[in-house]
Design a protein around this ligand. Structure first.
Ligand code: DAH
Length: 339
């Protein structure tokens, strides 16, 4: 028995395997129920009592070496680049992480598309504005509370400079530099010193619209915004205007659209009124035209401004504004199909 075991030990020592299959054959040969090692244990009863201790240790040594060999070879087979590449299925399609547009970009682009079809250009202005463009030229009264009403972020050292609180400032910049007729929309980021919650954020996005020409009337404003609402929310969409107040328009109004979620029947999005507010608008106040050196006796105009977050929330039934800024892939990936 001893010589047999010595032979086996040599065999184990010299054993090499270049595949899992060969290693498995080796395991079966030594360790399976009918394998060599269980065979040795079965023969153990024939060993003379005085040799049993030594023989027992000898068989165990063989068993340990076989097990060790198997573990070592298995490890090296698994980590060798050769087997790794054999296990790789190169015909599988690649797992590509395709990007998607941010929902706010999708809606902003939709809005730009809709207005560009009726002749509106796109204009932009700076995010850091002076008091004149953000407030004074827009007919805000000169006292500070009017500026504070918009929760303005001022630049500490210079109270004349602030982060723009609305894209209406771009109106002023366009009117200063362009002769009517003017037809433009101005998408962009705006900033207000508000606590962040599901319904408010200190950074958000607006689109401002401006139309200045001879004989522009409130009827033009209504028709333009009616067209816009139908294009954005669908053919059956209704609109209504409620009187409102903005320093830069007279008369001013807020426009509601019929709730696109319940179709006007009433649901928790429209608070069971059937209507949701989407923008502010009005006829450009003659003072604003004059501040921008446009003759208010010759020209009239309308303006409107809307929040992109609000419209996106309505369109996609998103109930927390913070989701737009967190860049959570689980949220963003849902907009892959949109474009
Ligand atoms: N600037 C306003 C705001 O931030 C929105 C607005 C209302 C813009 C009426 C307009 C307008 O051009 O006519 O709340």
């Amino acid at each position: 028995m001893k010589t047999k075991i010595e032979e086996y030990l040599k065999e184990v020592d010299c054993f090499k395997a270049d595949s899992i299959e060969k290693l498995e054959e080796f395991r079966i040969k030594f360790l399976s129920k009918k394998g060599l090692i269980p065979g040795l244990f079965a023969d153990f009863k024939n060993v003379a009592p005085e040799e049993r201790k030594e023989m027992g240790q000898f068989i165990n040594k063989l068993k340990n070496q076989v097990q060790e060999k198997i573990v070592n070879i298995k490890e090296s087979l698994e980590t060798s680049p050769d087997t790794a590449s054999k296990q790789l299925d190169l015909s599988l399609p690649a797992h590509a992480q395709l990007g998607s547009r941010h929902p706010l970009s999708i809606v902003r682009n939709d809005i730009i598309d809709i207005f560009s079809r009726i002749g509106f250009t796109v204009s932009e202005g700076p995010e850091i504005e002076d008091d004149f463009h953000n407030f004074t030229a827009l007919n805000f009264p000169p006292d500070p509370p009017a500026r504070d009403m918009q929760d303005t972020f001022f630049i500490e050292k210079d109270p004349d400079i602030a982060l723009r609180t609305h894209t209406s400032s771009v109106q002023v910049r366009v009117m200063e530099t362009t002769l009517p007729p003017i037809r433009t929309i101005s998408p962009g980021r705006v900033f207000r010193n508000e606590a962040i919650s599901a319904r408010a954020h200190c950074i958000f996005h607006q689109v401002e619209g401006l139309y200045v020409d001879t004989n522009v009337s409130f009827a033009d404003l209504k028709q333009t915004l009616f067209y816009f609402a139908k294009e954005l929310f669908g053919e059956g969409t209704k609109i209504r205007f409620r009187p409102s107040y903005f320093p830069f328009t007279e008369p001013s109004a807020e426009m509601d659209v019929s709730c696109n979620i319940c179709g006007g029947k009433g649901c928790n999005v429209c608070k069971y009124t059937g209507w949701v507010e989407i923008l502010g608008c009005g006829m450009v106040d003659p003072n604003v035209l004059e501040s921008c050196k446009i003759d208010s006796k010759k020209y009239t105009g309308f303006a409107f401004g809307m929040g992109i977050e609000r419209i996106t929330m309505l369109k996609y039934q998103i109930n927390d504004l913070r989701l737009f800024f967190e860049n959570d892939l689980k949220f963003l990936e849902q907009f892959k199909a949109s474009y």
